[in-house]
Write a protein that binds this ligand. Structure first.
Ligand code: NAD
Length: 267
């Protein structure tokens, strides 16, 4: 393949479902060995690992809650124990707990910040420590390590009724940029993908009826909902040497959702 990740080891968090599952499979198709992290859905994780093996690569399933420091440390320790080191992290695990802001519980605020923002920080920190410990491996990859953070168009587009989620993704944006600035000289590249509306369980309500889908499509100039492979393809590119000069970037993969679609007509 043009985008060759053979000899590389990747951790994908939240890989039991949706985008994380497709990213894990995409990385495996490019030749990477994949650690399939999940928290609750063991069956989904098994299915991902099975697909990774069908793609001709190796999979290791590891349960860990990304918002728990000790569990994250154990996730990366066991990754190293099995595969020796790590080259790629896709910090993907995330969730929503939606409510009108005046009714949102502190619990729902904290849960989303803990998983979507603190969880990404804990995984990035553990990955960076391993990249620094191992040092350059130029025969494997130009960069010493690569991180892809799963953000959202809501790192830019404010979102009523989802204040915890929007705040978490806004936080991911500046966390990613600050880490990219801090570790570029160590040849660690850190970028984000900002997906638009991708067909997964997280947003089922937005696409499962024809009426909901029609409403959604008004927000998407490109005229279709995104599929998980759209995000997997972007993640493989960001993890590969083909994006070697790219760091600190948010790659919007959104069919134009962030382009103020209501202004399409000019006027
Ligand atoms: P999903 O619900 O299908 O997948 C989420 C995954 O994260 C699951 O595997 C879940 O088990 C895992 N997870 C949740 N909490 C966890 C925790 N504490 N520890 C470990 N894993 C945990 O949803 P998805 O759409 O695939 O979402 C993946 C990422 O993409 C999320 O960060 C989400 O915010 C982001 N995203 C999705 C869309 C979309 O339209 N689907 C758009 C923008 C951003």
């Amino acid at each position: 393949p043009i985008l060759d990740l053979s000899g590389q080891v990747a951790v994908v968090t939240g890989a039991s479902s949706g985008i994380g599952q497709a990213v894990a499979i995409g990385l495996a198709e490019a030749g990477a060995k994949v650690v399939v992290n999940y928290r609750g859905e063991e069956e989904g994780a098994e299915a991902t690992a099975e697909a990774v093996r069908r793609a001709g690569s190796e999979a290791l399933i590891l349960r860990a809650d990304v918002s728990d420091e000790a569990e994250v440390e154990e996730l990366f320790r066991r990754t190293r124990e099995r595969f020796g080191t790590l080259h790629i992290l896709v910090a993907n695990a995330g969730l929503q707990r939606d409510a009108p802001s005046h009714e949102m519980s502190l619990d729902d605020w904290r849960k989303v910040i803990d998983v979507n923002l603190t969880g990404q920080f804990l995984c990035c920190r553990a990955a960076i420590r391993e990249f620094l410990r191992r040092g350059p491996q130029p025969e494997i990859s130009k960069a010493t390590g690569k991180i892809v953070c799963m953000s959202s168009v809501h790192e830019r587009i404010m979102w009523a009724g989802h204040v915890n989620y929007a705040a978490s993704k806004g936080g991911v944006m500046l966390m990613m940029q600050s880490l990219a600035q801090e570790y570029a000289e160590k040849k660690i590249r850190i970028n984000s993908i900002a997906p638009g509306a991708i067909r997964t369980p997280i947003n089922r309500k937005a696409w499962e009826t024809p009426e909901a889908l029609a409403d959604l499509l008004r927000l998407i100039p490109y005229g279709r909902i995104g599929e998980v492979e759209d995000i997997a393809n972007a993640a493989v590119w960001l993890a590969s040497d083909h994006s070697d000069y790219v760091t600190g970037a948010s790659l919007f993969v959104d069919g134009g959702m962030a382009l103020y679609p209501e202004f399409r007509g000019g006027g």
